[in-house]
Design a protein around this ligand. Structure first.
Ligand SMILES: Nc1ncnc2c1ncn2[C@@H]1O[C@H](COP(=O)(O)OP(=O)(O)OP(=O)(O)O)[C@@H](O)[C@H]1O
Length: 231
């Protein structure tokens, strides 16, 4: 069943006198439970695609449907509510708030949801458990290793039980061993918690952990290991 559906999506930016079109009438289907990796040369529009799927930016034309919601038609305030409930975002650098503990950082997105305080506590505890950091809940980011910080960032991305998690180079700033741990974690989240993932990476080894690999170049998807879902 298709969870993310892009149809005829285009996005251009003006750079001085020049217009660049990172995405040119792109179609894409991602099924529920898929783990899709997206590679491609620098500046080809990978982050732009993530920003469109997550409703951070809007396309110039085309439609983007996520879990039955036509994201492109939502008002700014509806979009913020939708994103809080249905979308998780993992960044290259974890973007944790230094004055908040791991628990409080993970709790943050849930404050935008209508939950009782006991439901909220349960969700945060489950998310920290999923990334193996229950024992670090009271630690501040400076008291955590780089890999642990990234895992807190991942717990924060999944705490709202989103339909889709997008990840922009989640291992990009990690050493090889820590990157490996995060890759194993992402695969586990996909297989065990059935989280649908769309991950941008420059590293073909990291891309290979996904169930489907896409390459974006000159505004189009070029290549993948399965033709399904791309035109
Ligand atoms: N808000 C913006 N304003 C102007 N140009 C933009 C904006 N966002 C992206 N671009 C341009 O669009 C193109 C695609 O950018 P994007 O960040 O999506 O590429 P990318 O494939 O993720 O690159 P990288 O692999 O280097 O992260 C680039 O040329 C970039 O400069």
């Amino acid at each position: 069943m298709t969870l993310v559906e892009l149809r005829g999506v285009s996005k251009s930016f003006r750079k001085g006198d020049e217009t660049i079109t990172p995405l040119d009438h792109v179609d894409l289907d991602i099924a529920r439970g898929e783990f899709v990796s997206l590679m491609g040369p620098s500046g080809t529009g990978k982050s732009t695609l993530l920003n469109l799927v997550s409703g951070i930016d809007r396309p110039d034309s085309g439609t983007i449907n996520v879990g039955g919601t036509e994201v492109t038609t939502l008002s700014r305030s509806k979009l913020a509510d939708w994103r809080a409930a249905h979308l998780g975002y993992i960044f290259q650098t974890h973007n944790l708030i230094p004055v908040l503990t791991a628990y409080e950082n993970v709790e943050l997105p849930t404050l935008l949801l209508k939950l009782t305080s006991s439901e909220r506590r349960k969700r945060v505890a489950l998310a920290l458990e999923a990334v193996g950091l229950s024992d670090r809940a009271d630690h501040y980011p400076r008291q955590l290793s780089g890999g642990q910080e990234q895992r807190v960032g991942i717990a924060r991305a999944i705490v709202a039980h989103p339909q889709v998690v997008v990840a922009d180079e989640p291992t990009g700033s990690l050493d090889a061993e820590t990157s490996e741990q995060v890759q194993v974690l992402l695969q586990r989240l996909n297989k065990e918690l059935e989280i649908t993932l769309l991950m941008v990476t420059h590293d073909s080894d990291v891309a290979s952990i996904a169930t489907r690999q896409l390459v974006l170049d000159h505004g189009k998807f070029l290549d993948c290991n399965s033709g399904a879902g791309i035109r």
